[in-house]
Design a protein around this ligand. Structure first.
Ligand code: NAP
Length: 289
């Protein structure tokens, strides 16, 4: 069973940057229509120009939307219905993450992580899955994070949102087994996008755990097409993530303690690179409230 990527309509959240944008690029010569969703319109317009330059026949619809607001998600889906657009595949790649001790985080930031990482994908899936099941084909490709399998001081709320989606997607996949709808979860480790590479982050990157955004997107799409339940991009990351759940919980706690060491130090300590979105704790906590 393969998800209907070729000549289908693919809705991508988080399309303005990172993995979501790269998936849009890699589908530009395969999909019939891409529906690109993100908070801001300008980066979507730039992407539209780029994609049209490489494939002038590609249908592109831009839907700027704050998916942390369920009302806006509803309006966005109504807009699609108004244009008689049927979504064949949902790629959920939008995310919100913030590091810091939970007790010090603003509630607005925590709430944003919950709504962007959990409520919005569930709501989109809730609205799009029924019609996919009725057609007997469809696909849900959800980009999560390897952090879902970790105990990670300094990222407690973020890890919580990722763990929640992990359980949801694994269970949902079983609910729709045999229906023609493919459910694939991608749990990357650290991903190097162009901006990070420009900042020179690649110099510090471990070739064992870091993957480029292109490789991450390719691994996601390949795993999705093979109808894999869970994809860990990059062999080093895959190896660690396959081993981790086999370790006793006490060992995983000790690992988390080691990773979070120095959290209370004034400068904050660098966390090892294997933690994906878990960038140095307490280094900067932009207020999202
Ligand atoms: N990058 C990594 O190292 C890494 C590691 C592990 C897992 N991941 C996972 O991979 C996925 C993609 O990550 P990324 O780093 O590539 O993403 P990113 O570059 O940080 O982009 C996040 C995307 O989400 C959108 N978004 C955030 N809040 C939104 C909102 N309220 N409404 C609408 N759109 C919103 C952003 O749009 P705007 O810019 O318009 O707000 C942007 O397009 C995420 O699920 C992430 O957790 C990434």
């Amino acid at each position: 069973m393969r998800p209907p990527l070729d000549s289908g309509t693919v809705l991508i959240t988080g399309a303005s940057s990172g993995v979501g944008r790269e998936i849009a690029r890699q589908l530009a010569h395969r999909a019939r229509t891409l529906v690109l969703v993100s908070h801001a319109l300008e980066p979507l317009k730039a992407l539209q120009e780029e994609l049209h330059a490489s494939n002038p026949t590609l249908g592109i619809m831009l839907l700027p939307c704050d998916i942390s607001r369920p009302g806006e998600v509803g309006d966005m889906l109504s807009e699609l219905s108004r244009h008689f657009i049927t979504v064949d595949v949902l790629v959920s790649a939008a995310s919100a993450s913030e590091q810091g001790l939970f007790v010090e985080q603003r509630w607005g930031s925590v709430e944003r992580m919950l709504t962007v990482n959990v409520v919005a994908p569930m709501l989109l899936i809730r609205r799009l899955l029924g019609p996919m099941l009725a057609r007997g084909q469809g696909g849900l490709l959800c980009i999560g994070a390897g952090a879902s399998q970790l105990f990670l001081p300094g990222s407690a709320a973020y890890v919580g949102t990722r763990r929640c989606l992990d359980g949801f997607l694994e269970s949902l996949r079983l609910e729709v087994e045999g229906s023609g709808v493919v459910v694939t979860q991608v749990s990357p480790g650290p991903v190097l996008d162009a901006a990070l590479q420009a900042e020179g982050a690649h110099a510090e990157a471990s070739p064992l755990f870091h993957v480029s955004v292109e490789r991450c997107a390719r691994a996601a799409l390949e795993g999705f097409e093979r109808s894999e339940p869970l994809v860990y991009p990059g062999w080093g990351h895959r190896w660690v993530m396959t081993l981790l759940p086999r370790l006793p919980r006490s060992v995983r706690r000790a690992l988390g303690r080691w990773v979070g060491r120095g959290l209370q130090e004034p400068s904050g300590a660098d966390m090892p690179a294997l933690l994906g979105n878990a960038r140095p704790a307490l280094e900067s906590n932009p207020s999202l409230a």
